[in-house]
Every structure is written in structure tokens, then in C-alpha cells.
Design a protein around this ligand. Structure first.
Ligand code: RUB
Length: 332
């Protein structure tokens, strides 16, 4: 039994803790790690009966599901793997989960490289691309462009409070792309030099709204004002099926100490301890960019104007989705 009251393999607990602590971060990477964790749960399960095995798998999925709320790639991955659970015996069930997780991870990889080549087609020699946060889908577009021999440059927003821009800068330098790192507040000034804004997504809603790292919506509004096109690189695992039935996407609020640590707080309050109720920090991790500020959503199925994405969503997910980890057998 883990801290969360679920009977899951310690390795699943570790993955869940790493996702919650952002040691595993970014929507695609989280999905990949979650699928791998379900396969590990299946391999290490000590269940001697099929119903016990299924219960453990659902408990593992629930543990992973409860880590971070905004990136829909996580529940989409869990649903996909659990939907493949099939068989009469524990051995058959185990094999079905391991195979399905493998297939999911392979498809995730393929989808990313496919969308990378679609995104690269939007870039021309000499283009300057402004990025926000660290998105492996966005970087796949830049990597494909570099591989095509397209000469690009990047302006990388550092992305407070966790500075994921530094990861982006490191990756781009590895590929030989000239990089200028700027503070987030400098975006408007540097948009004069940019030909594209390129970001990823944690979730895409049925109306084409893009949920991504906090600051994306402000950047998109500024880009529109400056006439710079905004491209969102997102595999279809980022499509949020619940939004087709009126649900909204939960925006994660993280610990305020990521914004204002104890030392900074003490400096502001002149050493008076943390009981100063008049000083708070807020730390929403994501925001919503309305579709009118987005020029194209680039997926492994090609690029779409954001307003049309619902058609693809319906095709891929149908009208309703199930939450298998919430079934009563878990607690039963
Ligand atoms: C990451 C973030 C990324 C998306 C897309 O936020 O907002 O832009 O997850 O990433 P955090 P990818 O660092 O809080 O997880 O394209 O790699 O899925």
C-alpha cells in the first residue's frame, strides 16, 4: 500500500513522485513515462487472479493520474494502455499491457517525428523563431528543419519560474542553432526580430484553445499585435476529449515558493517570519490561449487552423471518454 492508499509497485510510486516534482516534465515525456510505469506495474504484479491484477493496474493508473492535472496526454496515455488490457489469465493480461504500452510509446515517438517534418515545412532559411518553455514537440519541428539544412535562429524566453527555456537553449545549441536567451518581459521588444512564435501544448480544447505554460497567451497576443504567426506543435495525444462535452481544463497551481522562496520572502518582509498574511505569491503553471491568436496547430496528421481541431478530436476520440481508474472495482 502506498502513501496515496493504492496497492501499486514502488517503481510506479517513484514515477508518480518524479512527475509531481517535475523531474519528469513536459506533456509528451509525462505520457511516455506513465505508459512505461503501467508496463512495469504489469511485469512486477504479484496478483494471482485476473481481477486482482486488473485492480492493481487501475490503482497504478490512478496514482499516476493524480500527479498533475493539466496535461491531458497523461490521462490519454493511461486510458489507451488500460483499454488494451485483455485476456483470461494473469499471464495474458500482463502480456497485453506490456504490448500495448510498448505500442503506445512507439506511436508517440513516431507522431513526434511526423509532426516535426510538418512544422519544419513552415520554416524558411534565415527565419528567427521565438520559443516559450521547453516543448519536445516544438523542438521536433526545429530539429527537422535543421536536418533539412534550413538555417534558423532562436530567441528563447527563459520561462519563469522554472526556467525551462534553459533546457530548450541547451538542446538547440547541441544542434548548432544560434540562440539568444531573453527574460520573459523582453518578448515584445524581440518580436520585432522574430518570424515565428513556436510553442507546444499541454492540452488543446475542442474550441481550439491552447493550454500551455503560463505566459504563452501573453506571448500570442503580443505576436498578433506584431504580426508574427503563432504555431502550436502538438501531437494528437494533447487533444482534450472531455472538452467536447463542456468540461474545462484544470490549470495546475504550484507551490508559491517556486515564485518567492524563503530567502526572497524574508528580504521583502525584512526578516519578519512567514506569518505575513499581506504577502502572497501565486503560481498558476499554465494559461489558455484563445484560438484567434493561434495561426496553426501542427500535428502528426498535418496542420490545422485551431477552430477545426474538433473534427480531428471527434474522429480520434469519439464523443465520450471513460476513466477506467475511477471504476468501482478499484476500491472494491
Ligand atoms: C511544459 C509545457 C510544454 C508542454 C509541451 O510544462 O508547458 O510546453 O508540456 O511539451 P511543465 P511537449 O514544464 O510544467 O511540464 O511538447 O514536450 O509535450
Amino acid at each position: 500500500m502506498d502513501d496515496r492508499g493504492h496497492d501499486v509497485a514502488p517503481a510506479v510510486e517513484t514515477t508518480a513522485d518524479e512527475i509531481a516534482a517535475m523531474e519528469i516534465r513536459g506533456a509528451a515525456t509525462i505520457a511516455d513515462a506513465a505508459a512505461e510505469a503501467l508496463a512495469i506495474q504489469a511485469e512486477r504484479s504479484d496478483a494471482d487472479r485476473p481481477d486482482a491484477f486488473e485492480r492493481q493496474l487501475r490503482a497504478a493508473a490512478k496514482t499516476l493520474y493524480e500527479t498533475r492535472p493539466t496535461a491531458v496526454s497523461l490521462p490519454n496515455a493511461l486510458r489507451y494502455v488500460l483499454a488494451g488490457m485483455d485476456g483470461e489469465t494473469v499471464a495474458e493480461l500482463r502480456a497485453s499491457i506490456v504490448d500495448r504500452a510498448e505500442e503506445f510509446r512507439r506511436d508517440l515517438d513516431r507522431a513526434q517525428s511526423k509532426l516535426g517534418s510538418v512544422g519544419a515545412n513552415r520554416l524558411r532559411d534565415g527565419d528567427v523563431v521565438m520559443t516559450h518553455c521547453h516543448s519536445t514537440d516544438a523542438l521536433a519541428c526545429l530539429e527537422a528543419a535543421v536536418e533539412d539544412g534550413t538555417e534558423i535562429e532562436a530567441i528563447v524566453k527563459e520561462t519563469r519560474p522554472r526556467l525551462q527555456g534553459h533546457i530548450t537553449a541547451g538542446q538547440l545549441r547541441e544542434w548548432g542553432v544560434p540562440v539568444t536567451v531573453i527574460v520573459d518581459g523582453a518578448a515584445r521588444r524581440y518580436l520585432d526580430r522574430a518570424d515565428h512564435v513556436l510553442v507546444g501544448a499541454d492540452s488543446i480544447a475542442a474550441d481550439g484553445s491552447v493550454i500551455n505554460k503560463i505566459g504563452t497567451s501573453g506571448l500570442a497576443v503580443l505576436a498578433r499585435e506584431r504580426g508574427v504567426p503563432v504555431t502550436v506543435a502538438a501531437q494528437t495525444i494533447k487533444l482534450h476529449p472531455d472538452t467536447m462535452t463542456g468540461h474545462t481544463v484544470e490549470i495546475e497551481r504550484r507551490d508559491e515558493r517556486e515564485v518567492l522562496d524563503e530567502e526572497a520572502r524574508a528580504a521583502i518582509t525584512d526578516g519578519v517570519d512567514g506569518t505575513d498574511d499581506g504577502l502572497t505569491a501565486e503560481n498558476p503553471a499554465f494559461d489558455v490561449t484563445p484560438p484567434r491568436y493561434v495561426d496553426a496547430i501542427v500535428t502528426e496528421h498535418g496542420q490545422f487552423p485551431p477552430e477545426t481541431i474538433v473534427t480531428l478530436m471527434r474522429e480520434l476520440f469519439g464523443e465520450t471518454v471513460d476513466e477506467p481508474w475511477e471504476r468501482s472495482e478499484i476500491t472494491g
